[in-house]
Design a protein around this ligand. Structure first.
Ligand code: SOE
Length: 373
């Protein structure tokens, strides 16, 4: 089998999820390349060494510039904090390397546009890691929508709840700094729900939002109080170009909820509901069902005919969160081999970022903001 040499930047949560995906993908899917874990890059030499040892990365670099400059790397995978996405991606694209970038794609839409331009100029394959598109239940929802099963979509409602900031003593991390992340809960979590909305409903027309920082200062590891500059929670409503309406809430203050991402779509012919904490299931209601038993049915998305599932276990043997990344890498490798665009790509990352930026702008101006066409 042909090989593709991967260089990863970032060794934490996402670095681990992506490493696992490169290792597992050729064991389960018929992929065109076997990923070779060539080099890992991180700022802290000690944790970098442990990360490389754990996952079998063959070499290490402590500066991303060096990683990107290496001739023995074909694909750069960006799992760093948001402020570094654009410079790494643009440098990698200029060197002709394929790029898989974590979400949100960038700090703002201007940066995202630069990434898209650089990727298009160099002709590389590019992708943004909106992994929830690759949950089989979401991919099935997309198929059902395309088959007209729920008709004209009227409503898309999304909540993304986490609670790791409820404790005011929770220490300050980079995600609290708008200069490092671009935004807080919004960029981290609304990025996913906005992407799912674009995927399942279509392009946004306008948004109106409100953002809040509930805890204004947090203790650093040395006990100093540092100002929080990134939102703890963001609400917004939206109009879509096709006439649908949307509502979105992303918060890290949803006491008791750990990673609760729920979307609801109501259409003229039916409805769909997905909840990440029950990710192997898709709720479906059809107006064409008849009789007293009409109601929401719970489809267990583990049949061989369901998206991605054939590669895994027999029906009813559920898969987990990490599989979404394996599916993503599988599609990315296929796109590279076939020289075909893969979605969500940097165009999708840029369009998503335009929506995120417009919500932030609207929460300041307290007015509706249109999304540039
Ligand atoms: C943290 O809020 C986080 O890990 C996000 O960064 C991920 O994208 C999301 O999938 C889970 O929560």
């Amino acid at each position: 089998m042909r090989e593709i040499n991967v260089g990863i930047v970032g060794t934490k949560f996402m670095g681990r999820a992506h490493s696992n995906a490169y290792i597992d993908v050729p064991h389960f899917f018929d992929v065109p390349f076997k990923p070779v874990l060539k080099a890992a890059c991180g700022r802290d030499a000690e944790s970098l060494k442990a990360f490389a040892r754990n996952f079998g990365w063959q070499s290490t670099e402590t500066a991303w510039e060096k990683l990107v400059a290496r001739d023995d790397i074909d694909l750069i995978d960006i799992c760093t904090s948001n402020v570094t996405h654009m410079p790494i991606a643009v440098a990698a694209a200029k060197k002709g390397k394929h790029v898989l970038c974590e979400k949100p794609i960038a700090m703002n839409a201007d940066e995202a546009r630069r990434m898209l331009d650089a990727a298009q100029e160099s002709g590389i394959t590019h992708m943004v890691a909106f992994n929830y598109r690759r949950a089989p239940a979401i991919a099935l929802a997309k198929q059902l929508i395309e088959q007209g099963k729920i008709g004209t979509i009227r409503h898309f409602n999304a909540v993304y709840y986490q609670d790791w900031l409820v404790d005011p003593g929770f220490p300050y991390v980079w995600r609290h700094d708008v200069k490092e992340g671009g935004s807080g809960a919004h960029g981290d979590m609304s990025a996913h729900t906005v992407d799912l909305a674009r995927y399942l409903v279509g392009e946004f027309e306008a948004v109106n939002g409100v953002q809040e920082i509930f805890v204004k200062e947090r203790p650093s590891t040395d006990g100093k109080m540092l100002p929080v500059t990134a939102d703890d929670a963001t609400y917004f409503i939206s109009r879509f170009q096709n006439g649908a309406l949307g509502s979105f809430l992303s918060t890290r203050f949803a006491t008791g909820r750990k990673n609760y991402l729920r979307i609801e779509l109501f259409g003229s012919e039916g409805a769909l509901v997905f909840n990440l904490e029950r990710m192997n299931e898709l709720e479906y209601y059809s107006r064409t069902d008849e009789g007293l038993a009409q109601g929401f049915r719970n489809v267990i998305v583990t049949e061989n005919k369901h998206p991605y599932i054939n590669a895994w276990w027999p029906p009813g043997h559920i898969i987990g969160w990490e599989h979404t990344f394996i599916h993503e890498v599988k599609d990315f490798l296929q796109g590279i081999a076939e020289k075909k665009p893969v979605t969500p790509d940097f165009f999708d990352g840029w369009r998503c970022q335009q929506v995120l930026d417009a919500v932030t702008e609207s929460s300041v101006s307290q007015k509706w903001v249109s999304i540039a066409v």
